[in-house]
Design a protein around this ligand. Structure first.
Ligand SMILES: CC(C)(COP(=O)(O)OP(=O)(O)OC[C@H]1O[C@@H](n2cnc3c(N)ncnc32)[C@H](O)[C@@H]1OP(=O)(O)O)[C@@H](O)C(=O)NCCC(=O)NCCS
Length: 125
């Protein structure tokens, strides 16, 4: 089930679960930057997360044992439906999975706006 939440309405258990998921998937955690988040909950556990800051999507992540089931695709669609304006995101060029991520976002309708030696900026209108 997809849930859209304001961070300040989350209970302590949800905050902890979001942070555990982010920490499992990324080296950095920017949870405190997000006002709105979209989460995917299954069996009362948060297994998918994306943070929204202005028109940027951040730290989209799915628990490793729940990947390749279309959950991230659903979170991207929901983000687009609720924000209703161009969305942007960065893809780090130093990841092992950078090429996969760029093609994953392209499959979901995103284009590369620009790139430098560190990252790609991608957008959807
Ligand atoms: C990138 C990430 C969010 C993708 O999550 P996901 O839920 O596995 O993504 P999806 O399942 O929606 O799509 C992934 C693949 O599954 C396929 N898929 C979509 N729906 C599917 C379904 N119902 N059944 C099986 N496969 C499906 C997609 O076509 C896609 O195929 P591809 O591998 O050829 O691109 C996930 O790998 C992740 O958390 N990575 C670590 C964090 C990270 O790097 N985030 C990106 C920051 S920019």
């Amino acid at each position: 089930m997809i849930q859209i939440a304001c961070v300040h309405n989350l209970n302590i258990f949800q905050v902890v679960e979001c942070n555990e998921l982010i920490n499992l998937c990324f080296n950095t955690n920017r949870f405190e930057d997000y006002k709105t988040i979209i989460i995917f909950v299954e069996n009362y556990k948060i297994i998918g997360f994306v943070g929204i800051c202005e028109s940027f999507l951040n730290q989209l992540c799915i628990h490793p044992s729940h990947r390749n089931k279309g959950i991230a695709t659903k979170l991207l669609k929901m983000s687009y439906n609720i924000i209703k304006k161009p969305l942007k995101l960065y893809v780090d060029k130093k990841k092992e999975t950078t090429d996969y991520l760029v093609s994953f976002y392209k499959k979901n309708g995103y284009y590369i706006e620009y790139e430098n030696n560190k990252e790609y900026l991608m957008y959807i209108n």
